[in-house]
Design a protein around this ligand. Structure first.
Ligand code: ZN
Length: 241
């Protein structure tokens, strides 16, 4: 278990730096997709959505701080969590081990347990909230850090039957590296769940670029090309390098 003695992780900034390049492909051709309200008093959780003109990756710029969503948004997230768990159940009904990445207070494992009562859920998060989640037994093991951290990659290598990422790739500085990290901790034949839907918006954000990257990394994508909830299987021959 990764306790407070784990390698120290810098605190997540309350409001990340604005970036001028696409976190997915590095292009600087960014277009405002939605006007956010901007950081203002009482609504620190708002930030504008931008879209890359080259790869069509959509992300919040500057990135959102974790765990500051409005209660209504959190309720919507719980519904999405339940739907995602059911979707995964159809592909993988009896996973033994599951890592939820960017788990925060482990809201997803709490919901998913209803569908997977015999599955061992672990959580990874850049903040110490995951340690609190372990203390209240929402996860069995808690890890503080990022998938790209060396100690995480080594320790969790090919360990999990399922790895889930909810609204995670949109928040991180290098989503491709984090995605490859997710595949490293997945055992061959294991399933990856990536939900890129923005719960604050009614229309889905499509996982453009994600499916192609998954195929390039040796996965079989089991969901449609325009799905906002992507389920993929890591092929047995896929390299974990
Ligand atoms: Zn791009």
């Amino acid at each position: 278990m990764s306790g407070p003695s784990a390698p120290s992780v810098p605190p997540v900034p309350s409001y990340g730096p604005y970036r001028r390049d696409c976190p997915w492909c590095g292009s600087r051709r960014l277009r405002a997709r939605l006007r956010g309200d901007g950081p203002r008093q009482g609504a620190p959780h708002r930030s504008p959505v931008e879209r890359c003109a080259d790869c069509r990756h959509v992300f919040r710029n500057p990135p959102l701080p974790p765990g500051t969503e409005h209660p209504v948004v959190r309720a919507g997230v719980r519904v999405r969590h339940g739907l995602a768990a059911r979707a995964m159940f159809r592909h993988c009904p009896e996973p033994e081990s599951w890592l939820d990445v960017g788990t925060g207070d482990a809201d997803f494992p709490l919901t998913a347990r209803a569908h997977f009562p015999y599955t061992s859920f672990d959580g990874l998060d850049p903040t110490h909230r995951v340690l609190r989640a372990r203390a209240v037994e929402r996860v069995e093991e808690a890890f503080v850090g990022w998938l790209t951290d060396h100690h995480i990659a080594v320790r969790l290598r090919e360990r999990y039957d399922v790895v889930s990422l909810f609204q995670y790739l949109e928040r991180v500085a290098d989503p491709r590296a984090e995605l490859r990290g997710a595949l490293r901790v997945l055992r061959p034949g294991g399933h990856l769940l990536v939900d890129v839907a923005d719960p604050r918006r009614l229309f889905p954000v499509h996982a453009v670029g994600l499916n192609a990257e998954l195929v390039a990394q040796g996965c079989t994508v089991l969901t449609g090309a325009r799905a906002h909830r992507v389920i993929a299987r890591k092929d047995a021959s896929a390299s974990a390098a």
